[in-house]
Design a protein around this ligand. Sequence first.
Ligand code: URA
Length: 239
Amino acid sequence: MKLETSRLDRFISQNTDYSIADTRLLIAQKRILLDGRVAHSIQQKVTKFTRVVLDGNCLKDLSPVYLMLNKPRGVVSATKDPKHTTVLDLIQHPQKDELHIVGRLDFNTTGLVLLTNDGAWSRRISLPETKLAKTYEVTLSKPLNDEYIAAFREGIHFAYENITTRPAQLEILSENSARLSLIEGKYHQVKRMFGFFQNEVLSLHRVSVGPISLEGLEVGQSRPLTPNELAATESHGPC
Ligand code: URA
């Protein structure tokens, strides 16, 4: 079954024995329902999440799922792993096999992990242009000072990829701890940014992604995002 967005007549021809031309007749006979409503045009869009029913038979029924998880230490941000517990192992959901992770955390990093089956949403959340801050609490092996704040605001050069990180906001909380907000997610980004100062990250915890905060969710637990949380991610558009 094809799951990309397509026109209704194309979807019907690709997923049933009826042709593109037959679809007009099926519509005229009111035999197709899209999300519970009688289809009225061959040009109607069928998306990944449109429920399509023909003559009472469901051709496609995939509902979008958006979950948050409080990841413990020592859990792999992967769907399968031969040795270790994965974030998917911690999820109980009937559609869990459809889910992918939005922004992985390292094995020993804890905190907020988002999971979804909606690829368009996860791409949006991850785009730096969407400007959704990923906020981390960090404990360091050496004391911090104001030089870090300026350097992170300016951007740190990563020689391997030859890129400079986008402006990041650092708030020093104590001699050895800070809160860091990034709008991007490069490989091991936080550790490499502090690595610029040869300052080792001892613990790393993601507390929020944009308007979605981990608060109130026990370690190892997951829950669906609320409609308000989802709507809040939509209001952060590219500028
Ligand atoms: N940056 C890191 O270095 N590790 C993470 O897990 C997340 C961001």
